[in-house]
Ligand binder design. Sequence first.
Ligand SMILES: Cc1cc2nc3c(=O)[nH]c(=O)nc-3n(C[C@H](O)[C@H](O)[C@H](O)COP(=O)(O)OP(=O)(O)OC[C@H]3O[C@@H](n4cnc5c(N)ncnc54)[C@H](O)[C@@H]3O)c2cc1C
Length: 511
Amino acid sequence: MGIKTYEDYYNRLLDMKPNVYIDGEKVDRSDPRLQPGINVIKESYDRANDPEYEDLCVATSHITGKKINRFTHIHQSKDDLLKKQMMTRVLCHRVGGCIQRCMGIDCMNALSVVTYEIDEAFGTDYYKRWEKFLRYFQENDITGNCAQTDCKGDRLKRPHEQVDPDLYLRVVETRKDGIIVRGAKICNTVAPYADEIIAIPTRFMTDKDKDYAVAFAIPGDTEGVKLLCRPAYQHKRKKLDAPAAHLGDVESFTIFDDVFVPKERVFMNGNEDPRVTPFAGFLALLFAHFHRHSYTGCKPAVSEILSSTAALVAEYNGIEKEKHVKEKLSHVIGVAELVFAAGEASAYRGEKAPSGTFIPDEILTNAGRRLAGEEIYNEYKTLADLAGGLSVTLPLEGDFYNEETGELANKYIMRNPNVSAENVHRLFRMIEGAIGSEIAGLGQVAGLHGGGSPQMETITMMARYDLEKLKSIAKYLAGIEKELPRYTRPTVTPRAIIERFRQMYPALVKK
Ligand SMILES: Cc1cc2nc3c(=O)[nH]c(=O)nc-3n(C[C@H](O)[C@H](O)[C@H](O)COP(=O)(O)OP(=O)(O)OC[C@H]3O[C@@H](n4cnc5c(N)ncnc54)[C@H](O)[C@@H]3O)c2cc1C
């Protein structure tokens, strides 16, 4: 069976060579600063082994027919997309934030479509290589990350125009048995506790950027890979243990210092075959697309964690029935439901790509993700607003247990007389983590930029949306046009995207 346990995963991490750097120190994967992030990934293994969650967290592999962890599954149907979305929501509730394992599988789904398309176009064998990797990925319940975001240097310049050519990850040499890559990827969640780092391009590439059209997967401790890591967690607790206290995240600035990637792990290489270069942008977009669909599962969960905490603190503060409280909570709840509904509807309107992978609708997924990104700071504001200042000025835990100050601290933290001092303390300790900790700062920026900044969703949507069709309504109402063509809702089906790309690439590809 392709479902492993947390112990299997953790033991693999312990076997990896140390190439994690934290604050100037080189450490191995047992470093306690990585543990809060590893705790989050643990949930994805534990629930796949929990019969109560099997319907969501276990899938059937389309290549082997075996039971596998859904975080290693390639979506074959609308139902798969819906289950992935709900699994993401449910697991995020359980860990108190981002479940972190979606990037790797979103990237694998994108690779399934794009490697297939490249092979269809040029008779190459990228899909076969990728499928072999998928077997290994599923059989061993591998945790992968997605290293997409390049350093990018001057944002307005293309990769080949940068002063330093290494500001986007590139192939510096193609050998018979593989490639040498140089560059760095930034903002890499999970990298120090991923088995595999999966690198893909970040944007469309022109003919002159062919060396940057590269995708591959390598073990996280491969020679030459240096992970400069920034852990984010909360104050360590001594007394009041709670699920939320274990949440953490580690971001990596991942440097590829002339790293060898064996040929069987290379899934796109414009340096060897420049014809594949236009597919870099297609892959970048498709990963973003799958990842934005995952966001329609995780972001509602984050909104619900914030709104549930806000509702509880309002009760503890005695203001629960106030009109402004209801209005503020209903806004957050409404956004969460709309974002989730956009993801659900995009699954219903999805389609199978020629590779067999099921892809959600593009306009809806982007509209949902953008709404989530635009609302994130407002949601944190609602919790901060209803909780009051103690959320970030709460005395440290020890003062509540100190012989001299403990009783006094508990006396003065009381609000609603029906709620014990310990429960008020517990709640504010959690709120401190949710809005005042390092992980809270990270969560806010992740909610804005993760999966692409709202501006990126706008660009994608408007590249697809038929504005002329939209204007026809106004032209009819103003009497400029006599007829109004019957309305059909704006949708861009995955088939249409692929067909458009298939038509586009002969013009883009230099034969
Ligand atoms: C917590 C967190 C986790 C993340 N995890 C991952 C991960 O696991 N893997 C991964 O690959 N990435 C990850 N990301 C990166 C994320 O995808 C990027 O942050 C996002 O795509 C924005 O890119 P950037 O950070 O380089 O910002 P920039 O692209 O520099 O954006 C900054 C601003 O500049 C604008 N801008 C940028 N380029 C242009 C242009 N050409 N013209 C006009 N305006 C422009 C943007 O719209 C934005 O307003 C993560 C980010 C965060 C915050």
